[in-house]
Design a protein around this ligand. Structure first.
Ligand SMILES: NC(=O)c1ccc[n+]([C@@H]2O[C@H](COP(=O)([O-])OP(=O)(O)OC[C@H]3O[C@@H](n4cnc5c(N)ncnc54)[C@H](OP(=O)(O)O)[C@@H]3O)[C@@H](O)[C@H]2O)c1
Length: 251
């Protein structure tokens, strides 16, 4: 029987590219998102199922994943996420709260909706899209960085505790990828990657049960190094570097 994958935030960007890739490999695929029109315009003539679900709505997400799992469930990917519209020095605090609700609560809800099913089935794979922004507090993106750090740590913890149920957890930390999320960025995006190549790498990482996958490697290594510096030195460098996003947004 074909393997089955459910992807949250699959109506565009990384989630959509992974959905198309899994579908081309013969998987049974479903995506969820808030915007059905976006799904229809990105997936013409497709066998991919769509569930109109907000990841912050636990019951709706549970119902959707349970319904899809009637014909099997092997992989669940939490890709739904949002970033800042403006990366000004003083953030929009409503936006900060919303980023936490979707990026963190959405991931916890996704785990809740699938881990019980996987335990009953004797195993499965769950992946979440964190970010390279998880490793440091970058100016202009406080809630985004903090939300992605939370996802990374959450995944690390769950990857250890879920092993005994044969559930593997993969945390994916991408750098900049060309998607609708980054299309309005006003700041430089070093090592910007194409979405289809990135999706291929993420699918491979999940296939290999990697617990942490950082892509692209060189950008990840630089960011990782920055994270290991004494914090004073990090603050000095980042305040002056191209990664001080506020420069492009403050009036
Ligand atoms: N692109 C990058 O450079 C980059 C880098 C690192 C990490 N990431 C992360 O990768 C993930 C995917 O981002 P992307 O670049 O592919 O952006 P994107 O094209 O904007 O995709 C975001 C997806 O999330 C869905 N979504 C947003 N809020 C939702 C909600 N409340 N409930 C359900 N679905 C929701 C959107 O669907 P609807 O609009 O239909 O709801 C869309 O399908 C995000 O978690 C992002 O933080 C992206």
């Amino acid at each position: 029987m074909d393997k089955s994958v459910f992807i949250t935030g699959g109506t565009s960007g990384i989630g959509a590219a992974m959905a198309k890739l899994y579908s081309s490999k013969g998987y049974r695929v479903a995506v969820c998102g808030r915007n059905q029109k976006k799904f229809e315009s990105n997936f013409k003539d497709t066998s991919i199922d769509f569930y109109q679900v907000e990841v912050t709505d636990l019951m709706a997400l549970k119902d959707a994943i349970k319904d899809f799992s009637k014909n099997g469930l092997d992989i669940v990917i939490a890709s739904a996420g949002i970033g800042y519209k403006s990366k000004s020095s003083i953030p929009n605090y409503d936006e900060c709260r919303n980023i936490f609700d979707i990026n963190v609560q959405g991931v916890i809800n996704t785990f809740e909706a699938c881990t019980h099913i996987f335990k009953e089935n004797g195993g499965g794979k769950v992946a979440a899209i964190s970010s390279i922004a998880a490793f440091n507090g970058l100016p202009g993106a406080p809630a985004y960085c903090a939300s992605k750090a939370a996802v990374r740590t959450y995944c690390e913890s769950m990857s250890i505790s879920l092993k005994k149920y044969n559930i593997s957890v993969t945390c994916i930390c991408p750098g900049f990828i060309k998607t609708p999320l980054t299309s309005t960025n006003k700041h430089p995006m070093p090592f910007l990657q194409d979405v289809d190549t990135s999706a291929q790498r993420f699918v491979q990482a999940i296939d290999k049960n990697k617990s942490l996958y950082i892509f692209p490697f060189l950008f990840g290594s630089i960011v990782n190094l920055l994270g290991k510096l004494p914090r004073k030195m990090f603050v000095f460098i980042i305040s002056r570097s191209k990664m001080n996003y506020t420069r492009s947004y403050d009036q």
